[in-house]
Design a protein around this ligand. Structure first.
Ligand code: NDP
Length: 325
């Protein structure tokens, strides 16, 4: 008798849905807009950082449809409102565990609530790595000259001097991008060599207005009430300390895809980016789709994330239709 009651209570607690979207950046909200309009009654969990990486950006100038630019957090609120207009169920909460072994995908929210979903759209994004200096975090928070995306924010430093930290392909690509906009770019490389591919490293070495400082680390991001004014650096071989004037301080030391909980089930590359079937949002698990930066280490743009969010919802809709739902 007791066992029966327990089973009844347990089954009441499990919510069964057609489509669960994990993550609330441009990929997640776009998937929610498409899935709602396709009558899939999607539930979207916002995760740790509602709105995703764009909520740490000030002005977004490169998302089509905003001729005057748009504030990052404001754009995310608009995407959320658009998804809600079609009755997408947007919830606070963090997915702490998944089980993708069966035909129905099991997910636990905040270590407690259990959901069974026919389809899952993973749009958990990636997080830029920062140095972790107090001064860096201060200017990042106030939107005063620290950025982890040159393509997003470089334009604001047009005709000015910038510093960029990192020595991988991203740092080289971003330094080159900045060199076309800024008068001078100083690249801080912590070792005596690049990690980037030879061709990318050669390109920055051969760019006139890029200065490369090897064996150089950042001690502090300098600034005043208006924002960044420079970077205090230290040569880790000679101990020499130098202040480099700049108005933009860019950090390009890599990203971490937020994919840890999917590892036991979903195929990923060695750095944790989810591997999708080329040309679609399909993962190795039927009914589980991926969109946005969780599967993209090359483009990482709001507009590309939104595009793949649309693909994931369409792929999920077709999958459900094939199952007769
Ligand atoms: P990577 O991990 O390749 O490089 C990170 C860089 O940041 C390294 O040079 C590392 O230094 C440096 N770094 C890390 N922590 C610190 C720190 N605390 N202080 C100073 N420097 C630090 O990341 P990327 O984002 O550059 O690239 C990720 C992947 O994406 C790579 O596989 C890359 O090839 C790929 N990619 C390809 C592109 C292309 O082909 N067009 C463009 C962009 C990325 P150290 O070398 O000393 O460890």
């Amino acid at each position: 008798m007791f066992a029966k009651i327990k089973v009844r209570v347990m089954s009441e607690e499990i919510e069964k849905i057609k489509c669960l979207i994990i993550g609330s950046g441009p990929a997640g909200f776009t998937a929610a807009i498409y899935a709602s309009r396709a009558n899939m009654a999607p539930v979207l969990y916002q995760g740790m950082q509602p709105g995703g990486q764009l909520t740490t950006t000030t002005e977004v100038d490169n998302f089509p449809g905003y001729p005057d630019g748009v504030n990052g957090p404001e754009m995310m609120m608009q995407l959320e409102a658009q998804a809600k207009r079609f009755d997408a169920d947007i919830r606070s909460g963090y997915i702490t565990k998944v089980d993708f072994t069966g035909p129905v995908h099991k997910v636990w929210v905040d270590g407690d609530k259990e959901i069974h979903a026919n389809t899952i759209v993973i749009s958990t994004g990636a997080s830029a790595k920062y140095l972790g200096l107090e001064s860096e975090q201060h200017y990042l928070k106030i939107g005063g000259g620290v950025s982890a995306c040159a393509v997003c924010d470089g334009f604001f430093y047009k005709g000015q001097e910038t510093v960029i930290v990192g020595a991988g392909d991203s740092a080289c690509e971003e330094a080159h991008y900045l060199s076309n906009i800024c008068t001078k770019v100083t690249m801080l490389v912590r070792r005596d060599e690049f990690r980037a591919s030879k061709i990318m490293a050669e390109r920055v070495k051969n760019t006139e207005n890029i200065t490369i400082l090897f064996n150089t680390e950042t001690e502090e991001v300098l600034g005043d009430d208006n924002g960044v004014t420079g970077a205090r650096t230290k040569n880790n071989q000679t101990g020499e300390v130098m202040d480099i004037p700049c108005t933009g301080f860019f950090v390009a030391i890599g990203h971490n895809p937020n994919t840890e909980i999917f590892k036991p089930y979903i195929e990923m590359d060695e750095t944790g980016y989810i591997i999708n079937t080329p040309g679609s949002s399909k993962t190795n698990v039927a009914g589980v789709f991926v969109s946005g930066d969780a599967a993209d280490k090359d483009y990482r743009q709001a507009v590309t994330a939104a595009g793949t969010g649309c693909m994931a919802a369409l792929d999920a809709e077709r999958y459900l239709a094939a199952l007769g739902h």
